[in-house]
Design a protein around this ligand. Structure first.
Ligand SMILES: [Zn+2]
Length: 386
């Protein structure tokens, strides 16, 4: 049975060595010295301690650049585990992951969306404990929580989640008291983007992730964290950019926000207004796309509007951040190919001409999976690699 336990006090250079091994793969002690700028004696001492405590293993030999091959150091990815949590409307999802953010086990549980935040967080703590107790691996040293809402700069407080009625909820303090390990909180779509940069355990690309479901969220993350060091973290408020003058009232209190023309609850209302029988149980998007494919004029108009508004928003994102890849998740990822193709082509038309050739937009693979992997990656960043 695994346990929750704050990472033991580590030597001053261990995080630097771990980062080198994560980013550069198996390397010799000499190369660790070159990459960290530490002296041979310091590296030797730090590495010996790490081999002794099981954080690093000696495995095989390195390709000699000159002279004889040296012993290669390999990170022990099973030396620790971390927990990633995603709180979505009515569902808590959890995953335990290894030191490369690869998920080992998952769990999910429903919750009452009208319950007070403290009650939901107590449930999160109980579920984390149960998930860890059911695992046989290394101690769980940290936790990150993704939420659909704004977080404070220090990633400790959920400032506002409209759907759940949460405001200034001290998520990290609450869970740290309950679990005894470091906790951070972030916007769920940023974690989806971060999770996609860690797909397959290896870091890749800079990603802009647009998630549309009950609302609209944008997350930006890069394989090389420095790339967006000065850029946005946490939530952006792209979904609340006004796109329709005198538009309908948004749940944020403003009018005509992007959300009010592309998010699910508003599309449901608009389909209803166009005379289509939409019950609360009707899956509104498959219905919308089916009717549009049949040529229903109202459905075609709504679908065209959605594609146009999303392309305009995405073009702004691409011009601002020039990501290597744009992923569209949530209900856009579930739309028929023709809709995704249309959004891609409309966006390409609107971005700066120099960017058009390299522009890539794809439907995102599972957002839940990406979000949990991203939460694990963030927990590792905070509890293990720094
Ligand atoms: Zn709004």
């Amino acid at each position: 049975m695994a346990t929750l336990s704050r990472d033991r006090r580590r030597g001053p250079y261990e995080a630097a060595v771990l980062r080198v091994l994560r980013e550069c793969g198996p390397v010799s002690r000499t190369r660790v010295g070159e990459l960290t700028g530490l002296s041979a004696a310091t590296v030797s001492k730090a590495v010996s301690a790490m081999v002794g405590s099981g954080l690093v293993r000696e495995g095989g030999v390195t390709e000699p650049r000159m002279g004889r091959p040296a012993v290669a150091l390999v990170p022990a990815v099973d030396a620790v585990t971390v927990c990633g949590v995603q709180v979505e409307y009515g569902t808590i999802r959890l995953a335990l992951a290894d030191a490369e953010a690869r998920v080992r086990s998952t769990r999910s549980v429903p919750f009452d969306v009208t319950a007070p935040a403290a009650e939901v967080l107590d449930l999160v703590a109980a579920e984390v404990s149960a998930l860890v107790a059911a695992d046989s691996g290394a101690p769980c040293i940290g936790l990150a929580v993704g939420l659909p809402g704004a977080v404070d700069e220090a990633r400790r407080v959920n400032r506002l989640t409209i759907n759940l009625g949460w405001r200034d909820v001290p998520v990290a303090d609450h869970l740290e008291r309950a679990l005894g390990v470091p906790v951070v909180v972030d916007h769920h779509v940023r974690l989806m983007a971060l999770g996609e940069t860690r797909r397959g355990g290896t870091a890749r690309d800079a990603i802009a992730y647009l998630y549309v479901r009950r609302g609209v969220g944008l997350g930006i993350a890069a394989a090389v964290p420095q790339r967006y060091a000065a850029g946005p973290s946490g939530e952006s408020f792209l979904g609340h950019t006004r796109v329709a003058e005198n538009g309908v009232l948004c749940r944020c209190g403003s009018r005509g926000c992007l959300e009010t023309v592309v998010a699910e609850p508003y599309l449901r209302a608009r389909m209803h207004g166009a005379g289509h029988r939409i019950t609360p149980e009707t899956p509104v998007l498959p219905e919308l796309h089916r009717l549009a494919a049949e040529g229903d004029p109202a459905a075609v108009e709504i679908e065209t509007d959605v594609a146009g508004h999303l392309a305009a928003a995405l073009a702004t994102v691409v011009n601002l951040f020039t990501p290597d890849l744009v992923l569209v998740g949530g209900m856009v990822a579930e739309a028929p190919d023709r809709v995704v193709t249309r959004i891609r082509e409309l966006t390409r038309e609107r971005i700066f001409p120099l960017l058009r050739e390299d522009f890539r937009l794809e439907p995102a693979p599972s957002s839940d999976e990406a979000s949990l992997r991203g939460a694990a990656a963030l927990a590792l960043e905070v509890s293990y690699y720094s």
